[in-house]
Design a protein around this ligand. Structure first.
Ligand code: NOJ
Length: 742
């Protein structure tokens, strides 16, 4: 055993030495290359252009001939270019440039490449890190085989405002959960590390605080205390960095009066300074140029100067660098060392990716063909889909449905939909690919059932009818399944909404169908939390399916017919009304907290609406039930250098196997500055056979107890802490307290 340990240590040391040596040689190669580059060639490396695929931002008009620009060494990277046939032409052009510096190809591979996986917010509902890592791994494998080196993901912006359209692209409202997911996704994209043929560079975005846009309106200003920034919004970025993220993207928003793209505080002081980030920062689409309408700089010349000084290395599509940076240097406004540093960061990644050894490394049509849509990966997408589903309501155990059911009415505008099921940010490599509809998924799993289908209405219909076809279909069937919600254009970038109710007259349709008295299961599909009070109160069963990607119909049918016992938990609070937004579990108590929903008199509450949400963070049901009991704590007094454990029994008290995600929340009872009423600090997702009990243990240490003071120092304060363990942030089952002493 001892020898084994020595051997392992020696092997680890050798590995560390090898990678240090590799870095040293890369560094020398980068130096040698930079010494040969002209100023224009250096600026070229910092320039990123949109490729030949659909743009993901306002299209620049005077584009000229991009391949010629590449040949002249004026381009370092191309985005929105997919498929080996497209990337080859660009890389061949780069090989005709004087120094033959390969291009980096970037793409928004956000939730799958050819196989579409659930939208990130949906995946977050699985609370399953291994599954999310696998999903990112598969996306990376397919993307890398299609010639892509770099994905603009994961988006790790904490989002507490469901009006914001991009809430679909992140992991929800919680900093701890979001940090865990950030890590898993980076690991998934980068696999065994840059240089491997199936690893793509991750790009952590949007640095920083983009998710806190005022009013939930995309691109809007953000104004927050530095303490909130550090405590709530930055940790997922740090977690992604610690997991090895190769690149960062800054953001469109201004933060406390400075556009993030021009913020030295964010990019130089925090990211490259305090955190020691060695990769490079890319701007968001034209965010360098957008500092002009922000009113931060007067023209692209100033924009280029301010952005590079602030630490923005690569300019995505604003052409401010390519048009101005050389002059900025020649005018003596910045030192060439600033440009060299940015170039160095980018070239280092190109070396690490192995592109100087073989620029066509990722361009192999045979491998591309073999990598796409592999059956085991399609199965993984189906599995990720069912893991992402959240069962919100299941009165009288309507679900799961019997597979031998005689008839089902399938009602709603999304019943036969294909494309929307993929969700915003699907790469849509093949728009006609094999998306499994809800109709097909149900039919496959209940082949003997007669399906009465009625569209009911269109998603955007604004005038309710008597919904006769839908009501007739419902009346004929043993059970009704309704497929309603948003369309693909209602979430994602630049798709913020002031009204997040189920769109159009679909809730009227639900009313008409539920009023038939038939057992009704409502499937709600969306890229954000929606508001649906009537449905929540009256529909017997509600399943929140989000958008689950190409296997959606199968994943949903797996849950409907009990092939899979749903276990998803909400990663974001569902409000009762837009008026409650922002609403999140992790809030302060105020001096006049309301005790319950009717306690309004001189209380911090609304007189026309409860404070509580429709569905709380962490909530989600199963087809079985669980009990929490026998809590014990290893110590009731600890010093800040010590840790303690809290343990409890988790039992499956129902008749079928199921998974429960037990959540640990903590409250620092008296503190300066104030601490939230609850903070998620740990969780465990546990599979239990019927009747089975497992003892679960969480460890509490300094890391879980510390917080930022007003000077942005991490501190702990002595006093009482409450530990809360439960099935959701509003469903605490067990509590214990302990004292922290100095
Ligand atoms: C703008 C988006 O904000 C960003 O997330 C994305 O990666 C770029 N466009 C490129 O498509």
């Amino acid at each position: 055993m001892k020898y084994l340990k020595i051997a392992f240590t020696a092997a680890a040391l050798l590995c560390a030495e090898a990678s240090f040596a590799q870095q040293k040689t890369i560094s020398a190669k980068v130096d040698a290359l930079i010494s040969k580059m002209t100023l224009d060639e250096k600026v070229g490396q910092l320039n990123q252009l949109n490729g030949d695929w659909e743009a993901t931002g306002p299209v620049t008009k005077d584009v000229g001939n991009k391949l010629d620009d590449v040949k002249k060494g004026k381009v370092g990277s191309v985005l929105n270019i997919m498929g080996t046939n497209h990337t080859r032409a660009f890389q061949e052009a780069a090989m005709q440039s004087r120094l033959k510096i390969p291009l980096l190809f970037g793409q928004d591979v956000i939730h799958g490449y050819s196989i579409t996986f659930p939208i990130p917010l949906a995946e977050a509902a699985s609370w399953d890190m291994a599954a999310m890592e696998r999903s990112a791994r598969i996306a990376a494998t397919e993307a890398a085989a299609a010639g892509i080196h770099w994905t603009f993901a994961p988006m790790v912006d904490i989002a507490r405002d469901p009006r914001w359209g991009r809430v679909m692209e992140g992991a929800g409202e919680d900093t701890y959960l979001g940090s865990m997911i950030a890590k898993a996704r980076v690991k998934g994209f980068q696999g065994k590390g840059l240089g491997n043929i199936d690893a793509v560079m991750a790009c952590v975005k949007h640095f920083a605080a983009y998710g806190a846009a005022i009013g939930g309106r995309d691109y809007n200003s953000v104004d927050m205390s530095r303490r909130t920034l550090w405590e709530t919004y930055l940790p997922p970025f740090k977690a992604a960095l610690d997991a090895g993220a190769a690149t960062f993207m800054n953001s469109f928003n201004d933060l406390n009066g400075t556009p993030a793209t021009g913020s030295s505080y964010l990019q130089r002081d925090i990211l490259k300074g305090k955190w020691g980030f060695k990769g490079f920062v890319v701007s968001d689409w034209n965010s360098v140029g957008e500092m002009i309408p922000h009113g931060f700089v007067k023209d692209n010349y100033e924009a280029a100067e301010v952005a590079i000084k602030a630490g923005n290395d690569m300019d995505m599509e604003s052409r401010a660098y390519i048009g101005n940076l050389a002059k900025v240097v020649k005018d003596g406004r910045i030192n060439i060392a600033v440009v060299n540093e940015a170039v160095r960061r980018i070239l280092t990644k190109k070396f690490e990716m192995g592109l100087f050894d073989d620029p066509y490394k990722f361009i192999n049509p045979a491998r591309e063909k073999a990598a796409m849509n592999r059956p085991e990966n399609i199965e993984a997408a189906r599995d990720m889909g069912r893991k992402s589903i959240v069962l919100l309501k299941n009165e009288k155990n309507i679900l799961p449905l019997s597979k031998s059911i005689k008839s089902i009415a399938l009602i709603g505008p999304l019943s036969k939909e294909k494309w929307y099921l993929k969700g915003a940010w699907s790469t849509d490599v093949d728009p006609n690919d094999n998306v499994v509809t809800i109709y097909d998924g149900i039919q496959k799993q209940a082949p003997g059932a007669k399906i009465y289908y009625a569209e009911g209405c269109k998603i955007k219909d604004s005038v309710a009818t008597d919904f006769k076809d839908a009501v007739d279909a419902a009346n004929k069937a043993d059970v009704v399944v309704m497929a309603v919600g948003e369309d693909i254009f209602m979430t994602g970038e630049a798709r913020s909404k002031a009204n997040i109710h189920i769109p159009g007259v679909q809730e009227e349709l639900i009313k008409a169908v539920v009023t038939t008295g038939k057992p009704v299961v409502v499937l709600l599909m969306a890229g954000r939390p929606m508001v649906f009070n009537w449905t929540a109160d009256h529909a017997p069963a509600i399943v929140y399916t989000w958008w689950l990607g190409s296997q959606m119909g199968n994943s949903v049918a797996d849950v409907l017919f009990g092939n899979y016992n749903p276990a998803g938990k909400l990663p974001i609070t569902f409000p009762r009304s837009e008026g409650q937004i922002p609403i999140y579990y992790n809030s302060l108590n105020t001096g006049r907290p309301a005790q319950g929903d009717n306690d309004t008199f001189y209380r911090s509450s609304y007189i026309d609406l409860p404070n509580t949400p429709q569905y709380a963070f962490g909530y989600g049901l199963s087809y079985t039930t669980f009990s929490y009991s026998n809590i014990s704590i290893s110590k009731t007094n600890i010093k800040k250098t010590e840790s303690l454990t809290v343990s409890f029994d988790l039992q499956n008290t129902g008749k079928i196997a199921g998974e429960e995600t037990a959540q640990l929340y903590i409250r620092d009872m008296v503190a300066q500055p104030l601490r939230p009423v609850k903070e998620l600090k740990d969780f465990k997702k546990v599979m239990l056979a019927p009747g089975e009990t497992k003892r679960i243990t969480f460890t509490i240490n300094k890391e879980k107890l510390q917080f930022y003071n007003d000077n942005l120092q991490l501190i702990t304060q002595p006093g009482e802490f409450k530990l809360m363990i439960g099935a959701a942030s509003n469903n605490i089952k067990l509590e214990k307290t302990f004292q922290l002493t100095n």
